[in-house]
Write a protein that binds this ligand. Structure first.
Ligand code: PEP
Length: 253
């Protein structure tokens, strides 16, 4: 049985004082829920320590949005995986489409990041997704399959279950237009099939999330979608009340 996972991607939002106010509110709100979901907040680097400290003694976890895959050295402006580990980051988002598109991140670099994160015991949340034109051409599965194989190629089969895959169609990110739960479920099935051989037939442990315009008013369908183990939430995660409402959708009714 895979534990549901609900992840906030704050992107470049929230100063550390704002993060502190948010976390106090989220902690209070989370006391009202019996959600079985693991709830994770990925703030900008500058607020990781504030979020970490605010979550001590709770079930909430902190993660990061990126890192650079070298151990240390002359990489001005970058942050290593050990630095994230020292801040108790349990997860790190890798290969988000905004990083691929705005910062030129390649599948090769993303694959390296996935490997380094796994080797350091931080769970990578690997984002994959197709553009609208790829979708219109009926290429969704082909594109996702290629992204998965390239980004996971450095891992041994027993390491693959330590990766979380987030299916995030690019046309659904920040647009208010989500995919359907059926799309997400189909893609999750396809991704597991695609990874079957690499994982020696056992893809049961791998968690697959959906991301793209998830909000309190559409979370129920994603929470009920077969084979979809949680969500990666951008815009709606900036409001603690909305984010808690999303986590609550996983409560056992
Ligand atoms: C994201 O950027 O990972 C994301 C899912 O954003 P949004 O929820 O705003 O679409």
């Amino acid at each position: 049985m895979r534990q549901p996972l609900v992840v906030a991607n704050w992107k470049m939002n929230m100063t550390s004082p704002e993060a502190s106010v948010y976390c106090q509110r989220l902690r209070t709100l989370m006391q009202e829920t019996t959600t079985p979901a693991e709830v994770v907040v990925c703030p900008p680097y500058t607020a990781i320590e504030v979020v970490r400290a605010a979550f001590v003694g709770s079930d909430l976890a902190v993660g990061a949005q990126n890192f650079y895959p070298a151990p240390k050295g002359a990489y001005t402006g970058e942050v290593s995986i050990s630095m994230l580990k020292a801040l108790d980051c349990r997860y790190v988002i890798v290969g988000h489409s905004e990083r691929r598109l705005r910062f030129g991140e390649t599948a090769e670099t993303i694959g390296e990041k996935v490997k380094v994160a796994v080797e350091h015991g931080i769970t990578p949340i690997l984002c994959v997704g197709e553009t609208m034109s790829e979708r219109s051409l009926g290429m969704t599965e082909k594109v996702i399959g290629q992204q998965l194989l390239t980004c996971l190629k450095h891992l041994q089969s027993d390491q693959l279950a330590q990766v979380v895959v987030a299916y995030e169609p690019l046309w659904a990110i920040g647009t208010g237009r989500s995919a359907t739960a059926k799309d997400a479920a189909q893609l999750a099935t396809y991704a597991r099939q695609r990874l079957q051989r690499l994982m020696n037939g056992d893809t049961d442990a791998m968690r697959i999330l959906y991301g793209g315009s998830v909000a309190p008013d559409n979370i129920a369908e994603f929470a009920a979608a077969d084979g979809v183990d949680g969500v990666l939430v951008g815009g709606a995660s900036l409001d603690p009340d909305k984010f808690q409402a999303i986590a609550r959708a996983y409560e056992v009714k």
